[in-house]
Write a protein that binds this ligand. Structure first.
Ligand code: ZN
Length: 335
């Protein structure tokens, strides 16, 4: 990746009437996603990112990548992350070991996860992260208070969907042979009623507006029904059924673009599994016999099909929205 490939951190045309979108990816490798249920080789970190970066160059789309610190222990991974940062993408923290039950960790364990991830990212890129996303969106008020104390500018772990109780149960059941902490997801149960647009959270109630010196940037959900609108939905229900969710959010962003204050944005989340092929011989061959673990629909699809879907989707998104990094979206709400 050379200098010519550099993306603009804010591809915003002055005076543009387009609403804003911030695209991010949780860089969850097969090992991170499937835990000890997965026994095969894992080169998904570099392979998936290389595929994604090649595609992103089509639109010069700046993306925020939430990386797991321990994945940067090998030089090839550090090298690709360094190049991504130099190219204008943002490298943010997705913890050091990706403990799915992040909210249930002791305070000192949370601090250690953050500190070690900061050190890994700083060693690879020369800069500490300013943004965080909890594994499995499993966040609570203690986490945001710790982040603010460590100087983070934003958190993006709140997923305010009305489907949260259903998704929590489905995740608990799908992971039934994994340890209890790995079966929890989606954070404090009150988060389903959190604001849907970026906000400054309360110190003790993450789902309420308050005065914490940090911006919370929730994952996109539709108005009223609060249906999740992210990569997983796209691959789970297909493009034609996803389109009305996308259009509803786009209309809302367009309608409020002229209102005073910071413009609302479409916060679209992708996962690494949407940019890699299943391992050679098929995923089932590498799953521990009897293991029950959540497997996203995208991991069952060939990469070529996923790439075509993302080419169509991101072409639409980049036509409809001006795209910015998560940290730049946060700065619009900091004033
Ligand atoms: Zn993750």
């Amino acid at each position: 990746m050379g200098k010519a490939d550099r993306v603009s951190a804010e591809s915003v045309t002055p005076g543009s009437a387009k609403p804003l979108a911030a695209v991010s990816m949780d860089v969850d490798t097969l090992t991170t996603l499937l835990g000890d249920a997965y026994t095969g080789p894992d080169d998904t970190f570099c392979r998936g990112l290389e595929t994604c970066l090649t595609e992103l160059a089509r639109w010069r789309l700046p993306v925020t990548f939430f990386v797991v610190g321990r994945d940067l222990s090998a030089e090839p991974a550090r090298q690709i992350v360094r190049e991504m940062a130099q190219a204008g993408h943002e490298i943010a923290s997705h913890s050091f070991t990706h403990p799915q039950g992040f909210r249930q960790l002791r305070r000192d364990e949370k601090e250690m996860e953050l500190q070690r991830a900061e050190e890994s990212i700083h060693a690879a890129t020369g800069n500490a992260p300013v943004g965080f996303r909890a594994p499995g969106w499993n966040v609570d008020s203690e986490t945001t208070a710790i982040l603010a104390g460590r100087g983070y500018r934003y958190d993006s772990s709140v997923f305010p969907t009305l489907l949260a109780p259903l998704l929590k149960c489905a995740h608990w059941w799908a992971n039934r042979t994994r340890p209890p902490a790995a079966r929890t997801t989606l954070g404090d149960p009150n988060i389903f009623r959190a604001p849907r647009t970026a906000y400054r959270p309360d110190r003790d109630h993450i789902w309420k507006r308050g005065r914490l010196p940090l911006i919370e940037i929730p994952i996109a959900t539709t108005p009223f029904w609060r249906l999740p609108c992210y990569g997983t939905t796209l691959f789970q229900i297909g493009e034609s059924r996803f389109r009305p969710l996308y259009d509803r959010i786009r209309r809302e962003c367009l309608a409020s673009a002229s209102e005073p204050g910071p413009r609302p944005a479409f916060v679209f989340q992708m996962h690494l599994a949407e940019w890699v092929d299943a391992p050679a011989g098929g995923l089932n061959r590498h799953l521990r016999p009897g293991a029950r673990t959540y497997i996203p629909a995208a991991l069952r699809m060939p990469l070529a099909a996923k790439r075509d879907i993302y080419r169509r989707f991101l072409t639409t998104l980049c036509g409809d929205f001006d795209t910015i990094l998560m940290k730049d979206l946060a700065s619009r709400f900091e004033g």
